[in-house]
Design a protein around this ligand. Structure first.
Ligand code: ADP
Ligand code: ZN
Length: 748
C-alpha cells in the first residue's frame, strides 16, 4: 500500500511534487494514476510517477482525489512514455496526457455534448481576403478551414486561431460557418455494407507469409526473444488484409490481444469491417473489437477504452492515437499502410505512431507487422540494414493482372488540355469507352500538394535548389525563389532556364474546374465529387461510397480521400489529372509521395474481372517516380530514391529536426529565428548541420509568420541532446512560439 507518491503536475514544465495518499485511496493508487492535487492554493491535475515508501518533505500535503476509477498507465506504457519524451524532445507530461483519452485526463465533463463547427459554404479567395482585412480573427477561423476542412470542436478551433466567441458568433450570424451541438455517434459506418465473413483459402504466396508469421508467434509464445518487426510488402490487392486476419487469429488463440492501426478510420471503412466481421461476434473466433474512432464522443471513447482495459474486447482498431490502447497481454501489433503520413501527429508530442508501435512491440514483447504496397523509404531501408524482416506478396490475390498504366504528356497537349479543365484527349476517349460499357471511372486530383513551384508549361522544367535539389518556392510578395530547407535564395527567371519560354509560372487546377468540365463533356454521366469541401457533412462520405458501390454513380472525382483501401470491382479506369502537383512540392519526400500516391490510386482500378487501365497526365513524363509507378517497380523506385537521399544527406541517411518559429510580428519572429539559428550554430558539434533561419514555404498561417531552422545529423541521440541543451537556455519573446519536430513529415 503506497503511503507517498511523486506526482508529475500537468502543464508545469515537468514539475514533480510529493504527496501523501489518504487512507481511503490507498488500495487504488498506482503508478500512472491520474489525480487531483493542490499546488499552492490551486487545484491541479497530475500523474503518479513513482510510489514512495517514505518522504522527507516536511509538512507534506495529501492528494485530493483520484480521477476516474481504473485509470492507470501500466509500467510498460510508462517506459514507452519516457522513450517518447526523450526521443521526440517533448515534455513527459504532454506525452502522458496524449496516452489517455480526454475523459480520463480529467479535462472534460462527463457526457457533455460538443459544439462542432464546420464551414457552411464555399468561400472564394476574394471574399476571404476582404474578411481578413476587416476582421482578422474571423479571417483566421476561415483560413483554418481552408487548411483543415473537417468539422472541429468550437473550443479547439478558438484555441488554434486564438480567436474569441464573438468572432465565431459573427461568422455564424453571417452564414459562413455552422455550429451544431453534437453527441457524436461513432463506430460503424452506417451505410457501408459489411463484407461477408467467408474465409478464403490462402493462395501460395499468402501461405508462405502466414506460415512465417505463425512460426514467429509460436516462438514468442515459447519464450524466445521478441523478433524484429516484419515489413509486409504486398502489391495493391495482394491480400495483405487476409494475412493480418490470420496472424491476428493465431495470436488470439494463444490468449493474447491484438492492436491494429489504420491511417484513418473514416477512410478505411472496408478494412475495419473485415476485422469486425471476422472477430466481433460471440462465436469461436469472437474476441470483441473496440473501434477507436475520432468521431466518438468522449463518453463513447471512454467506454471502448474500458472494454479493452477490462478485457471485454481483445482487439483494438484505430488511427494514430490507438497505438496507446490499453490492451493487456498484447501479442501482435499490425500497422496497415505504414507509409501513410497521417500516422505522424502534427502537434506536441509530435510522434509517429508507426515508430511508437515498433517501440511498444519491443517493450511488450509483441510481434509487429508493418504492411504496405508502397513501403516508406525509411522502413525499406530498415530492411536493407537488417532491422526489419521483409515478407512479400508480389501478385494480386485474385489472379488479376496489375492495371495497365499509360502516361500522357501534358506538354504535348498544351493549351487545349488546359482549356478542357485538365482532361486530355486520351483520357476523354477512355472515359467515353467506360460510359458506353457501363463501367465506372475514378478521376483523381492531387490537390493537397502545395503548389508554389515554378513550372514551365512548355518543357516541364522546375526550378530547384542547387544544395538540396528540392523545388524552390516562389514567394510572390518579395518576388524571390527560396529553398526553405537551406535558405538558398535567388531571383525568379524571366524565361525558362531550359527552353527559354517566357511562360514559366506555377500551375494549378481545382476539383471544381474539373467537375465543370466533366459535366460539360459528359452531360449524361452521373458524377460525384468527393473532396474536403463537399465531404464536410458527416456521413456524406459513406453515402457517396455506398452509391458508387451500387453503381448509381458513373464517375467519382476526388482528392486523396479516394486513394486509400477502397475496393470497387466495377472500376476499370482511373484518371490522374495532374501527377506533377505533389512532385514539385518543396519537400525531400516529394518523389516518394508521388510514387506512393500513383501506385495506390492505380491500385483502385481493375479489381474485378475486367482488366483495369490507368491514365496518368503529367508535365514530367520522364520523372523517375512516375516511370517506376508506371512499371509497378518498387525496387527500381527505391534504388533511385535512396541514392538521391544519400547524395543530399536527407533522411534516412541523416536524422532531421525541424525547429519552427512562429509569431504575429514579422520583425520579432524573424529576429528570434535568426537568433535561434545562431545559438544552434554555436552549440552544435561538427557532426551536426544547422541551416540558416529561412521563411517557411507556408510563410504565414493563422495570422502568424513562420520560420524554419533545420538540424541534420547522423545520430538522433546527438540531435536530441543539442535540442534539449538549447531549449533549456533560450529566452523567447512572449509572442513568439518555438516548436520542435523530430523526424518531421510536414515541412510547410
Ligand atoms: P490488399 O490489402 O493487399 O490491398 P486485400 O486484402 O484487400 O488486398 O485483398 C484484395 C481482394 O482479394 C479482396 O477482395 C479479398 O477479399 C481478396 N482475397 C484476398 N485473399 C484471397 C484469397 N486467398 N483468395 C481469394 N481472394 C482473396
Ligand atoms: Zn536548399
Amino acid at each position: 500500500m503506497p503511503s507517498f507518491v511523486r506526482i508529475l503536475i500537468d502543464r508545469s514544465e515537468g514539475r514533480k511534487l510529493d504527496y501523501s495518499v489518504p487512507e481511503e485511496l490507498k488500495g487504488q493508487i498506482a503508478i500512472g494514476s491520474r489525480v487531483i492535487v493542490m499546488v499552492r492554493n490551486r487545484r491541479a491535475l497530475g500523474t503518479v510517477l513513482e510510489v514512495l515508501e517514505h518522504s522527507d518533505v516536511p509538512g507534506i500535503r495529501s492528494l485530493v482525489s483520484l480521477v476516474g476509477e481504473e485509470t492507470s498507465l501500466p509500467p510498460t506504457m510508462l517506459r514507452l512514455a519516457h522513450w517518447m519524451a526523450d526521443y521526440y524532445c517533448a515534455p513527459i507530461a504532454s506525452v502522458m496526457r496524449s496516452m489517455l483519452p480526454p475523459m480520463l485526463r480529467g479535462e472534460t465533463i462527463a457526457g457533455r455534448k460538443v459544439r462542432m463547427v464546420s464551414l457552411a459554404r464555399r468561400i472564394e479567395p476574394e471574399e476571404l481576403q476582404r474578411i481578413e482585412k476587416s476582421a482578422p480573427k474571423q479571417g483566421a477561423i476561415l483560413k483554418h478551414f481552408q487548411m483543415f476542412p473537417a468539422p472541429i470542436a468550437s473550443q479547439e478551433l478558438l484555441n488554434r486561431c486564438t480567436a474569441s466567441e464573438s468572432s465565431l458568433k459573427a461568422l455564424t450570424v453571417g452564414g459562413l460557418v455552422r455550429v451544431v451541438l453534437e453527441r457524436r455517434t461513432g463506430g460503424q459506418c452506417e451505410s457501408e455494407e459489411i463484407l461477408p465473413g467467408k474465409i478464403p483459402k490462402l493462395n501460395a504466396d499468402q501461405q508462405v507469409v502466414v506460415g512465417r508469421l505463425e512460426q514467429a508467434l509460436e516462438d514468442l509464445a515459447a519464450g524466445t526473444p521478441t523478433p524484429s518487426p516484419y515489413l509486409l510488402h504486398g502489391v495493391t490487392g495482394s491480400g495483405k488484409t487476409e494475412v493480418y486476419l490470420r496472424a491476428l487469429a493465431r495470436a488470439l488463440e494463444s490468449g493474447k490481444s491484438g492492436l491494429v492501426l489504420v491511417p484513418e478510420i473514416a477512410l478505411t471503412p472496408q478494412t475495419v469491417e473485415r476485422f469486425r466481421s471476422r472477430f466481433d461476434h460471440a462465436g469461436k473466433a469472437g474476441a470483441g473489437v473496440a473501434v477507436l474512432h475520432s468521431h466518438l464522443s468522449d463518453a463513447e471513447r471512454r467506454e471502448e477504452w474500458m472494454r479493452l482495459q477490462r478485457g471485454d474486447a481483445r482487439i483494438a482498431i484505430g488511427a494514430r492515437s490507438a497505438v496507446f490502447a490499453p490492451l493487456r497481454n498484447l501479442g501482435i501489433i499490425i500497422v496497415d499502410e505504414e507509409h501513410e503520413n497521417t500516422y505522424k501527429q502534427e502537434e506536441t508530442p509530435r510522434y509517429h505512431a508507426r515508430d511508437v508501435a515498433v517501440m511498444r512491440g519491443r517493450i511488450e514483447g509483441a510481434l509487429v507487422i508493418l504492411g504496405s504496397a508502397t513501403p516508406s523509404v525509411e522502413s525499406f531501408q530498415n530492411v536493407q540494414c537488417g532491422k526489419y524482416t521483409l515478407l512479400e506478396l508480389p501478385r494480386r490475390a485474385d489472379g488479376q493482372l496489375m492495371p495497365l498504366i499509360r502516361v500522357v504528356d501534358l506538354r504535348l497537349q498544351g493549351k487545349r488540355a488546359k482549356s478542357d479543365g485538365g482532361l486530355s484527349a486520351p483520357l476523354q476517349m477512355a472515359m467515353t469507352k467506360r460510359l458506353e460499357a457501363g463501367q465506372q471511372t475514378i478521376l483523381f486530383l492531387n490537390r493537397r500538394g502545395y503548389s508554389t513551384a515554378l513550372l514551365c508549361e512548355q518543357c516541364g522544367h522546375v526550378c530547384r535548389c542547387p544544395n538540396c535539389s528540392l523545388s524552390l518556392t516562389l514567394h510572390r510578395a518579395q518576388n524571390r525563389l527560396a529553398c526553405h530547407l537551406c535558405g538558398h535564395g535567388s531571383q525568379p527567371p524571366e524565361r525558362c532556364p531550359e527552353c527559354r519560354d517566357p511562360g514559366i509560372q506555377h500551375s494549378g487546377i481545382g476539383t471544381q474546374r474539373v467537375e465543370e468540365t466533366v459535366r460539360r463533356l459528359f452531360p449524361k454521366a452521373r458524377l460525384a465529387r468527393m473532396d474536403a469541401d463537399t465531404m464536410s457533412r458527416r456521413g456524406s462520405y459513406a453515402e457517396v461510397l455506398g452509391k458508387f458501390r451500387a453503381r448509381q454513380i458513373d464517375i467519382l472525382l476526388g482528392t486523396q480521400m479516394i486513394a486509400k483501401g477502397l475496393d470497387f470491382p466495377n472500376v476499370t479506369l482511373v484518371g490522374i489529372i495532374n501527377a506533377d502537383i505533389g512532385l514539385h512540392s518543396p519537400d525531400f519526400r516529394a518523389g516518394e509521395r508521388t510514387f506512393q500516391l500513383l501506385t495506390q490510386v492505380a491500385g483502385r482500378a481493375g479489381r474485378g474481372d475486367t482488366e483495369g487501365e490507368v491514365i496518368v497526365q503529367t508535365f514530367s513524363p520522364a520523372s523517375p517516380s512516375i516511370q517506376h509507378a508506371r512499371h509497378h517497380d518498387y525496387a527500381g523506385f527505391f534504388e533511385q530514391e535512396i541514392s538521391f537521399r544519400e547524395a543530399f544527406r536527407h533522411p534516412p541517411f541523416t536524422r532531421m529536426v525541424l525547429v519552427q518559429i512562429r509569431g504575429v510580428s514579422l520583425e520579432r519572429t524573424s529576429r528570434t529565428a535568426s537568433l535561434i539559428a545562431a545559438v544552434f550554430h554555436a552549440k552544435a558539434s561538427s557532426s551536426i548541420e544547422v541551416s540558416e533561419a529561412a521563411a517557411a514555404p507556408l510563410e504565414r498561417a493563422h495570422g502568424q509568420y513562420r520560420f524554419h531552422v533545420t538540424l541534420k545529423a547522423k545520430s538522433g541521440v546527438v540531435l536530441a541532446r543539442l535540442v534539449r541543451e538549447v531549449t533549456a537556455e533560450l529566452n523567447l519573446p512572449e509572442d513568439v512560439i518555438m516548436t520542435i519536430d523530430v523526424d518531421p513529415y510536414s515541412l510547410m
